[in-house]
Design a protein around this ligand. Structure first.
Ligand code: SF4
Length: 357
C-alpha cells in the first residue's frame, strides 16, 4: 500500500494556479521529513532526480544602477567598493560563453545592472544573443524592466529565457525596494511571457522577511498564468555597504523547506539553487537537491559575489552520482522534415522487404 504522503502527492499532482497563502503555509509547516519526501516524489515524477542543469552567469554591465534594491552591491546608492564596468564588447562575451560551454554549462546568462535597457542598447545585446546561441548554448538575459517592444526584440534575436525576479512577497516588497513597484515587475514578466520567451523568476530569502512572505513569494509565482520555467531561489548574500549587510541568518532548514515547497507548487519548473551557495556546505546542497532543486549557477562569480569553484561542484556531483543535464538543441523544421522523410523511406524499404520475403 502506498504511504499516505505518496497518495496525497498523487492527488495533488496537478499544475495549479490558485494557491492560497494558508495552503502554502501548510506545506511549509509539515514535518521536515514528510515535506522532503513529498517534494522528492514530485520531483521524480517530472525530472531525472540525478541530473542538474548548469548555467553560467556573466555580468555584461556592472554597477552604477539607479535602483535601490537593499541587497544589491550594484546599486549606485551604496558604497560597496564595487568597480563599475560599461557594457562589455561582444568579443569578451563570446570568449566567456565559449569557456562556459567547455566547462559543461548548457545555459549562458548575461546580466546588466540597468533599471531597464535603453532602446539603443537592444541591437548590441541582440548581437550577443545571436553569437552565444550560435555556440550551441541556451541563452538567458537579465537587463531590468522590459517594454513590450523590447521583449519582442529580444525574442526575435532568439533569446530563450529572460530573468526578472519578484524578489519577495507583495507585502514585504516595499521594505526592500522603493524605486519600482511589484506591479512593474509583474508587467515585465507578462511582456516576456507574451513575447514567447521562457520566464525565469524567483526571489531572495533571508532578507528579514517572515515565513508568510516566503509563502507569499511562491504563491505569486505559482499563481501566474503559466509557471516560470525556471525559479531561482537565492539566499541573501550579505555584502558590506548594503543596507542588508547585517541581516540575521536564515535557518538552513527553512531554506530547504522553501526549495521543497517551490518544487511541490511548480512541479515542472527548474528550481535553481542560486546565490548564497558559496556559504552552504555540501550537506546542505545535497539536501537542496533532495528537496527538488535541479539547477545551479556554475561559475566562480555571480555577477559580483563569489560562487563555489566549478571543480568543487563537479567533485560534489561525482560523490552524489549527479550528472549535468545536456542541452538539447531544438531541431529546426527543416531538420524535422528531413528526419520524417528518412523515416518514411525506411518504412517503405521495410514494407518492400516484408512483401518480398
Ligand atoms: S538588483 Fe538589479 S535593479 Fe536592483 S540595484 Fe541591483 S542591478 Fe539594480
Amino acid at each position: 500500500m502506498a504511504a499516505p504522503h505518496a497518495q496525497a502527492t498523487q492527488e495533488e499532482n496537478t499544475i495549479r494556479h490558485n494557491w492560497t497563502r494558508s495552503q502554502v503555509l501548510e506545506l511549509f509547516n509539515q514535518p521536515f521529513n514528510d515535506l522532503l519526501f513529498d517534494a522528492q516524489v514530485m520531483h521524480r515524477r517530472h525530472f531525472n532526480p540525478n541530473q542538474v542543469q548548469l548555467s553560467t552567469l556573466l555580468s555584461i554591465k556592472t554597477g552604477a544602477c539607479p535602483e535601490d534594491c537593499k541587497y544589491c552591491p550594484q546599486s549606485a546608492r551604496y558604497d560597496t567598493g564595487l568597480e563599475k564596468e560599461k557594457l562589455l564588447e561582444i568579443d569578451a562575451v563570446i570568449e566567456a560563453a565559449k569557456a562556459a560551454k567547455a566547462s559543461g554549462s548548457s545555459r549562458f546568462c548575461m546580466g546588466a545592472a540597468w533599471r531597464s535597457p535603453h532602446d539603443r542598447d537592444i541591437p548590441k545585446v541582440a548581437h550577443m544573443i545571436r553569437e552565444v546561441k550560435a555556440l550551441g548554448l541556451e541563452t538567458c538575459m537579465t537587463l531590468g524592466m522590459l517594454s513590450e517592444q523590447q521583449a519582442d526584440d529580444l525574442a526575435a534575436a532568439g533569446l530563450d529565457y529572460y530573468n526578472h525576479n519578484l524578489d519577495t512577497s507583495k507585502e514585504f516588497y516595499g521594505e526592500v525596494i522603493t524605486t519600482r513597484t511589484y506591479q512593474d515587475r509583474l508587467n515585465t514578466l507578462s511582456n516576456v511571457r507574451n513575447s514567447g520567451m521562457k520566464v525565469c523568476a524567483g526571489g531572495i530569502v533571508g532578507m528579514g522577511e517572515e515565513q508568510k512572505d516566503r509563502a507569499g513569494l511562491l504563491m505569486e509565482l505559482a499563481n501566474l498564468p503559466h509557471h516560470p520555467e525556471s525559479v531561482p531561489i537565492n539566499m541573501l548574500v550579505k555584502v558590506a555597504g548594503t543596507p542588508l549587510a547585517d541581516e540575521q541568518e536564515l535557518d538552513s532548514f527553512e531554506f530547504i523547506r522553501t526549495i521543497a515547497v517551490a518544487r511541490l507548487m511548480m512541479p515542472k519548473s527548474y528550481v535553481r539553487l542560486s546565490a548564497g551557495r558559496e556559504e552552504m556546505n555540501e550537506q546542505m546542497q545535497a539536501l537542496a537537491f533532495m528537496a527538488g532543486a535541479n539547477s545551479i549557477f556554475y561559475c566562480d562569480k555571480l555577477l559580483t559575489t563569489p560562487n563555489p569553484k566549478a571543480n568543487s561542484d563537479m567533485q560534489l556531483f561525482q560523490r552524489l552520482g549527479i550528472e549535468p543535464e545536456q542541452y538539447q538543441v531544438e531541431k529546426t523544421s527543416a531538420e524535422q522534415e528531413a528526419e520524417l522523410h528518412q523515416t518514411l523511406l525506411e518504412a517503405k524499404t521495410d514494407a518492400q522487404f516484408y512483401r518480398a520475403s
